[in-house]
Design a protein around this ligand. Structure first.
Ligand code: UFG
Length: 329
């Protein structure tokens, strides 16, 4: 099987490429390297540098390679940036996906797995969150991802395209080889920011609000290892090949941990006191996001392996300790 991975130089994309290659699949990567890293691309994959908004470029790749399925990670994904520059998100996420779908339809490629997010739910109505729960995004990022899901739905009705949308909760951790991991600029995610303290890159970690209605007042999230996420994409391709049915799945561990609990866990893993400072709430943060992963388990047969925060943080720490400045490029 030949799989085209759009955004295969990014965090979750590169980890998925490693799993595909481990399984012996022919893997072709497209990335514009705006946020991805050349060193994150698996050496055994075939790489085309380009942008998914460039239809001629996409058409050429589809003509050269015989693609069985596409996995689409190529999107902008910072909540705060999406509120400052919403049109960048409409352009990259929606116009990019529209261009990709045009090219897929014209080149007769009919299977796609793509990254969606817990941000499609907005403030959750239930915990744990089910795929059938209300989706009312509270930021542009979540709105564009929900619109992408709807674009797939209507395009699949008109054309013979089948899709699986995977709604990630909080992706974290790094590949077991230590060769690839998380490297965002700017970094906004909790675990890499915490680990900057024992790496002597910052003095303390900021806790954004301790007055939420949760057990210790800090926000609760469902942290899911990036390799577990990667495995779900492969199961989703198998599912589409077997059933030809489009669907949407949550991907999380189904268990929530508070910001304070994650910091404590990082203290245990690193042996560093990691001082923390209580700061005001960050705007747009829901108090609690926990996935129901029952559907992914039942239908895809997905079972996360990294179920404890310590295991997730250990793998992240191995990467950050050995690569304090991230990738070389
Ligand atoms: N946090 C801190 N201090 C920090 C960074 C984060 O206290 O320095 C807190 C946040 O307030 C939040 C939690 O840690 O409560 C997790 O924050 P992240 O920024 O790591 O992740 P988010 O939950 O904000 O974001 C994730 C995904 C997004 C997705 C969003 C849905 O990374 O892609 O969930 O709400 F859109």
């Amino acid at each position: 099987m030949a799989v085209l991975v759009l955004g295969g130089a990014g965090y979750i994309g590169s980890h998925t490429v490693y799993e595909l290659i481990d399984r012996g699949e022919d893997t072709i990567v497209i990335d514009n390297l705006q946020t991805g890293h050349i060193d994150a691309i698996h050496p055994d994959s075939k790489f085309y540098k380009g942008d998914i908004r460039d239809k001629e470029f996409l058409d050429n790749v589809f003509k050269k390679e015989k693609i069985d399925a596409v996995i689409h990670f190529a999107a902008s994904s910072l909540v705060s940036e999406s509120m400052i520059d919403p049109l960048k998100y409409y352009d990259n996420n929606l116009y990019g996906t529209m261009t990709l779908l045009r090219s897929m339809v014209e080149n007769n490629v009919d299977k796609i797995i793509f990254s969606s997010t817990a941000a499609t739910y907005g403030e959750p109505e239930n915990i744990p969150i089910k795929e059938t729960d209300r989706t009312v995004p509270i930021n542009t990022y979540g709105e564009t991802k929900l619109s992408m899901e709807k674009m797939f739905k209507w395009v699949s009705v008109a054309h013979n395209i089948k899709y699986v949308s995977l709604r990630y909760f909080n992706a974290a951790g790094a590949h077991k080889s230590g060769k690839i991991g998380e490297d965002h600029l700017p970094e906004t995610h909790l675990i890499p920011l915490i680990l900057q303290v024992p790496n002597n890159k910052r003095e303390n970690v900021k806790i954004f609000g301790d007055d939420y209605d949760t057990k210790d007042g800090t926000c609760i999230r469902d942290y899911i290892h990036v390799t577990d996420l990667a495995q779900a994409h492969i199961l989703a391709i198998d599912y589409l090949k077997k059933t030809g049915k489009s669907d949407i799945f949550n991907l999380g561990n189904g268990v929530g941990f508070s910001v304070k609990e994650i910091i404590d866990s990082a203290r245990k893993v690193t042996g560093h006191p990691i001082p923390a400072e209580i700061c005001p709430r960050r705007s747009g943060d829901p108090a609690k996001l926990i996935a129901s992963n029952e559907k992914a388990e039942r239908i895809l047969g997905w079972k996360p392996v990294y179920t404890k925060p310590e295991n997730i943080i250990e793998s992240a720490w191995r990467w950050h300790k050995n690569n304090p400045s991230g990738f070389k490029d």
